[in-house]
Design a protein around this ligand. Structure first.
Ligand SMILES: Nc1nc2c(ncn2[C@@H]2O[C@@H]3COP(=O)(O)O[C@H]4[C@@H](O)[C@H](n5cnc6c(=O)[nH]c(N)nc65)O[C@@H]4COP(=O)(O)O[C@H]3[C@H]2O)c(=O)[nH]1
Length: 534
């Protein structure tokens, strides 16, 4: 698990939020969409009602125009005609003629019916206009059912009138609004309200009922359509029913994408890159002893990663992740930069060996030679010998090209070593193919040493092989005086291990080199398996 991930494992919070996002957005969007749909239906309902009211007004005014043919005629003569016209035309409750404020003739009552105000159950409006209409709560004959009266007054104070029964309008409103629970009202010239539908209901949660008012451009008619909150909620629920399965799919998709993104974000590769930027890597150096010149001959660079909280990540762990996640090349370039910085402060003899591990991928990389050459240039004035420590595995691919690169670097004075020799499960033919300078025998073979005179066949065979191939040989992981003495006795020229010195940081290395670097290693005679404490 990448180090950062272990410390702030809040990924699940991101995933939950990502899952909730489409749902929350969906709920909001469907609420807006439901309101929009309801609003459109409301506008269309209001317009339909308005156009029906206009159509009725047209009928009423046409009827009044027809009545003009009876002008100046006695009521007794025309009463029958009025009755026929009133009955045979749709919508009308009654029609008739006026004389001043009095009704002079009516399709419903013939001659005797009194004042217009009596029939309307209210005084006629003072409009100052020859044409007017008004919605009224009832008429003398039908007092509890609304109606609309249309009046045309002539200059000689006579006139004509028509009353449309409000029931037609109420039925129409009912037909177009009942299924949606609309509450509708209609007014002619600000008169009595003709209404249909349920009374206004209290809002649901934060949803309030929606009102829409429309006015006719031809007549003084206004309509109001109110959609109750319950209808809005119903429309919202319907939209949710369609949308929710989609939102659920989006949720799952987004959660999977977020999880993938988090995994990528918290990958080792990202953490390693971040650690390089934050200079969390440093280099430790483990001195190498030469049994020939009896002093320190060089050092191997080993990378260290320390987190801000002081915790160390083991190199074998982060190196293998860097290799598998494709960041070993930048990491090794970073190592070379750090080494070059450290080495500026060293005071070592010419030909002091500085070795570092080269990963297989870096060896195949087009920048490899250039990276190493740049490092060599940076430490040129120290006249050190650079040793490239390769694993057997890294020689398997692109052998020809790798051999060419190694020869090129050797021509600039560098050495090539095989690290952990004997553990790579490789055919030994590469020993003939590649330009090698020395082998580093893996710690596993050295651990097998039991006594100075006892044979350790595999180790002995490896050492003999090196001698036969005229390769230098280095014993790795030497922890005891017995192992040290054994290797020295069999002509192993270079020794590395805790017995001589542990890996140390740059400051400690400089101090160590000053104090111990030029001294021969005094081997305890007892050959007890104890660590040398330097
Ligand atoms: N038990 C025991 N261990 C000893 C003794 N002497 C040295 N060692 C350890 O053995 C390892 C030697 O390095 P390696 O074989 O290249 O093995 C290295 C190498 O494969 C890799 N590594 C470390 N630094 C780098 C680097 O900068 N680049 C690359 N590519 N790999 C690196 O990580 C591995 C482990 O590195 P370290 O933990 O530093 O472990 C080091 C060192 O501390 C000893 O006497 N006894």
């Amino acid at each position: 698990m990448p180090p950062q991930k272990r410390h702030r494992d809040f990924g699940w919070l991101f995933i939950v939020c990502a899952g909730l996002l489409p749902l929350v957005l969906g709920i909001l969007c469907t609420a807006i969409e439901a309101r929009h749909t309801v609003n459109q239906q409301q506008v269309s309902t209001a317009n339909t009602l308005l156009s029906q009211a206009e159509k009725m007004s047209d009928s009423a005014w046409n009827m009044i125009t027809t009545l003009r043919q009876y002008h100046h005629r006695a009521c007794a003569d025309i009463e029958e005609n009025l009755q026929r016209a009133g009955t045979l035309n749709a919508y009308f409750r009654s029609i008739g003629m006026l004389q001043g404020d009095h009704i002079s003739c009516s399709s419903a009552y013939g001659l005797n019916h009194g004042a217009l105000a009596e029939m309307m159950l209210q005084p006629p409006p003072v409009t100052g206009k020859a044409w007017w209409s008004l919605s009224i709560r009832g008429t003398l004959g039908v007092p509890d059912r609304p109606a609309v009266i249309f009046v045309r007054q002539l200059p000689d104070s006579s006139g004509f009138w028509a009353v449309i029964d409000g029931q037609y309008l109420m039925d129409f409103m009912h037909a177009i609004g009942e299924s949606r629970g609309y509450q509708m009202t209609l007014q002619f010239n600000g008169g009595a309200i003709i209404s249909s539908g349920p009374d206004e209901q209290p809002g649901q949660l934060y949803l309030k009922s929606a009102q829409y008012r429309a006015e006719s451009s031809r007549y003084p008619i206004s309509v109001n359509v109110t959609v109750p909150a319950t209808e809005l909620v119903k429309a919202w629920r319907q939209a949710l029913f369609i949308f929710l399965p989609m939102a659920a799919i989006f949720s799952i998709l987004l959660m999977v994408l977020t999880a993938n993104w988090l995994r990528r974000r918290l990958s080792w590769a990202d953490e390693i890159r971040r650690a390089m930027r934050n200079r969390q890597f440093s280099v430790h150096y483990q001195p190498v002893y030469s049994t020939d010149i009896e002093r320190c001959k060089g050092a191997e660079a080993l990378m260290r990663w320390q987190l801000p909280n002081g915790e160390m990540i083991r190199p074998d762990i982060f190196i293998s992740h860097a290799e598998s996640e494709g960041v070993i090349v930048p990491l090794t370039q970073h190592l070379l930069d750090l080494m070059a910085e450290d080495i500026q402060s060293w005071q070592v003899e010419p030909d002091f060996h500085i070795g570092f591990n080269v990963a297989a991928e870096h060896l195949q990389h087009p920048d490899f030679v250039q990276d190493v050459m740049r490092f060599a240039r940076r430490i040129k004035d120290k006249q050190m010998t650079i040793t490239l420590e390769l694993t057997e595995r890294s020689l398997i691919e692109d052998g020809e090209m790798v051999a060419r690169k190694l020869r090129h670097l050797q021509s600039h004075g560098m050495k090539v070593a095989i690290d952990d020799f004997g553990t790579g499960h490789c055919a030994l033919s590469y020993l003939m193919t590649f330009p090698l300078d020395y082998l580093k025998i893996d710690r596993g073979f050295i651990n097998a040493v039991e006594g100075l005179e006892t044979e350790t066949p595999v180790l002995d065979a490896i050492i003999n092989l090196c001698h036969k191939l005229e390769l230098d040989v280095l014993g790795e992981g030497v922890e005891t005086s017995l192992q040290f003495a054994y290797l020295r006795q069999r002509g192993v020229g270079l020794i590395q291990g805790y017995y001589y010195a542990r890996p140390m940081d740059n400051d400690r290395l400089r101090a160590w080199l000053n104090e111990h670097g030029r001294k021969p290693l005094l081997v305890e005679e007892s050959h007890e398996p104890e660590l040398h404490h330097s």
